[in-house]
Design a protein around this ligand. Sequence first.
Ligand SMILES: [Zn+2]
Length: 110
Amino acid sequence: MTMPAYPLLIDALPEFAHELEELLTKQCELGLAAKVGDQRIVDRCRCGDDFCATFYTQPKPEVNYGPNHKCIELSSQEGMIILDIVDGKIMNIEVLFRDEIRDQLHAILP
Ligand SMILES: [Zn+2]
């Protein structure tokens, strides 16, 4: 069995990937900024809220992210972007109130 090829964030949402890199760099999260190019969109959030464009860059946790979980909120111009990080790894990217991202995300993952 072969692993499904999840789309690279930088291919699927290039503008957003660049925005993410820029915001992380501005907030001195250089280690994370350097990882943006490797992120893949594993799934999107299925909560159904019409302002939600959250997506997973790692498979969803079975229970929760555990004690090493931290959140990094980015000071985006528009909407809200919050990264969930576990042990330096980007697990998911919460994107709220960004309709254009949500539309693109739904086109990739109906
Ligand atoms: Zn959601």
